[in-house]
Ligand binder design. Structure first.
Ligand SMILES: [Zn+2]
Ligand SMILES: [Zn+2]
Length: 129
């Protein structure tokens, strides 16, 4: 129990520090540096469990691996089509499910929006080229 709590805190701390929407693999690599005894299966399990209970956010980015976010408030994501970096997109107005007209009988439960574009670093590289 004690040990599980320690590992859980470690994983959540690393995710918060990384703040770059890492994949489970990236989180594992970073956690492993601080705590070489932790297994990959444990890190993956903690991420999955914490995403289920809302301590962190699991995000699906099109054309990319599943990623994790320490932010759990409502926001969307934008992925750089060049380097694959993922940034946060803030909501300026309500994107409620109420604003959409769903087909008969369908019941929408959740929505997620992702954008694709170019990040500032890649934009600079492109302009120099
Ligand atoms: Zn980029
Ligand atoms: Zn995010």
């Amino acid at each position: 129990m004690q040990r599980n709590t320690f590992q859980k805190r470690l994983v959540l701390d690393v995710l918060r520090k990384m703040a770059n929407h890492p994949s489970a693999e990236m989180v594992y690599e970073s956690v492993h540096k601080d705590c070489p005894t932790i297994s990959k299966a444990t890190v993956y399990r903690i991420l999955k469990e914490e995403a289920t209970c809302g301590e962190l956010l699991g995000i699906d980015v099109p054309k990319d691996v599943h990623r994790y976010d320490h932010r759990t408030d409502k926001h969307w994501h934008i992925r750089c089509r060049v380097c694959g970096k993922v940034g946060d997109v803030e909501l300026l107005a309500g994107y409620d499910l109420d604003n959409y007209d769903f087909p008969d009988v369908w019941e929408a439960e959740r929505m997620s929006v992702s954008f694709e574009g170019i990040c500032p670093e890649c934009k600079i590289t492109k302009e120099k080229a």
